[in-house]
Design a protein around this ligand. Structure first.
Ligand SMILES: NC(=O)c1ccc[n+]([C@@H]2O[C@H](COP(=O)([O-])OP(=O)(O)OC[C@H]3O[C@@H](n4cnc5c(N)ncnc54)[C@H](O)[C@@H]3O)[C@@H](O)[C@H]2O)c1
Length: 380
């Protein structure tokens, strides 16, 4: 079986999630090609050695250029802060390599556009880690909408609520606009905008109003002990209109105590509703309006049944539930299938697709700044 040699850039949170996915995927999926952990790239040589040994990377380097241009590397995987997405992506695409990039596609629309344009010209394939698409419950929601079980869609109600970003949280790259681009918005709204577009199969054509707020203005810089200005939003809320007529609301915050990783979406259509909350990720709630008033209401579907639910046959017997890491492993499987020219189990977002999400994020920021509606046509 042919290997797909991976060079992974970034070795912390997402570096671990991706490495775990590449390691596990060959044990659970039958695939036309398998990922091989070829090179790990990071900034700290000492940490790199430990990371390479723990996860099984053959090579390690602090030179992004060296790793990306290595002829043996087939797939460049980018798991660095948002301002370090464009440079390795452009380099890899110019060398005709495949690229998997973390979300948001970039910190700025300009970077994202240059990545989208480079992807269009390259023979390399591109992928963006919108991993929540690959929770079986979310993939089932996508299938039910495609099968017209909801009929015409009226409402999309999406929230991504976390609680770790209070004043006690020190200065991190995530609070620095130059590195992150935005705060909760690019971090969390990126996921729910992608999820809304993915499940509905529809596009947002207008942002009808938005609020952007920074509550915690300064954070402690652990390196110096001094307070530093936080230059990103703590929350962004916006309203949106979809091409086929639905209306949507989106909210992202890291200041919602009691919500740990509440990535939630509800969709209401003429024939029924769907509801998902990542904190309960194995379940999709579905209301079929034809059940009638006597027995109608949301039913809870545990999405673990082989043959019935996406990816389920690759994992455990029915009802032996999945966790966070399985979404990444499911995605690694689909990336391998796509590179081998096969169809992924669930559609994969490429740079073009992620650029559409980035345009929506930008429209919301412009709307908040100018206090007006923004048509997506205005955001190119
Ligand atoms: N898909 C998801 O659900 C999800 C979750 C968290 C983060 N992310 C995204 O993943 C990316 C990374 O986030 P994270 O949480 O892993 O961050 P992190 O801070 O945990 O790790 C970032 C890594 O990048 C390395 N790095 C920074 N600058 C570098 C450079 N110039 N060259 C080489 N390495 C460099 C750091 O040393 C570190 O290893 C971001 O784009 C973030 O938005 C996605």
């Amino acid at each position: 079986m042919k290997n797909c040699n991976v060079a992974l850039i970034g070795q912390k949170f997402m570096g671990r999630a991706h490495s775990n996915a590449y390691g596990q995927v060959k044990r659970f999926f039958n695939l036309p090609i398998q990922p091989a952990l070829h090179t790990i790239v990071g900034r700290n040589a000492k940490e790199l050695a430990a990371f390479a040994a723990r996860w099984g990377y053959v090579n390690k380097t602090t030179s992004l250029h060296e790793a990306v241009m290595d002829e043996a590397v087939d797939l460049v995987d980018i798991a660095t802060p948002n301002h370090v997405h464009a440079e390795p992506a452009l380099l890899a695409l110019s060398a005709g390599k495949h690229v998997a990039c973390e979300k948001p596609l970039a910190g700025t629309l300009e970077d994202a556009r240059s990545m989208r344009n480079a992807a269009r010209k390259s023979r390399g394939k591109t992928f963006v880690w919108f991993n929540y698409r690959r929770c079986p419950a979310v993939a089932l929601a996508h299938r039910l909408v495609k099968e017209k079980r909801l009929g015409r869609i009226y409402h999309v109600r999406a929230q991504y609520l976390q609680s770790w970003g209070g004043p006690q949280t020190p200065m991190l790259w995530r609070f620095n606009k130059k590195e992150a681009g935005s705060g909760a918005h690019g971090d969390l709204n990126a996921h729910i905008v992608d999820m809304a577009r993915f499940i509905t199969g529809d596009e947002i054509t207008e942002v009808n109003g938005a609020i952007r707020k920074t509550f915690v203005k300064e954070r402690k810089d652990l390196a110096t002990g001094k307070m530093k200005r936080s230059s990103v939003d703590d929350c962004v809320l916006f309203l949106a209109s979809f091409k086929q007529g639905a209306v949507g609301s989106f909210e992202a915050t890291r200041l919602a105590h009691g919500n740990h990783n509440a990535n939630k979406i509800e969709i209401n259509g003429e024939k029924g509703s769907l509801r998902f909350n990542f904190e309960d990720m194995n379940w999709l709630e579905f209301c079929d309006a034809s059940d009638g008033a006597r027995e109608g209401g949301f039913r809870r579907i545990m999405c673990t049944s082989a043959g019935n639910h996406p990816y389920a046959e690759n994992w455990w017997p029915d009802a032996h539930i999945l966790g966070y890491e399985h979404g990444f492993t499911n995605m690694a499987a689909d990336i391998m299938r796509a590179i081998a020219g096969r169809k992924p189990e669930v559609p994969l977002p490429d740079f073009d697709d992620a650029y559409q999400t980035q345009r929506v994020l930008e429209a919301a920021l412009v709307s908040a700044r100018n206090r007006c509606s923004i048509k997506l046509q205005e955001i190119r």
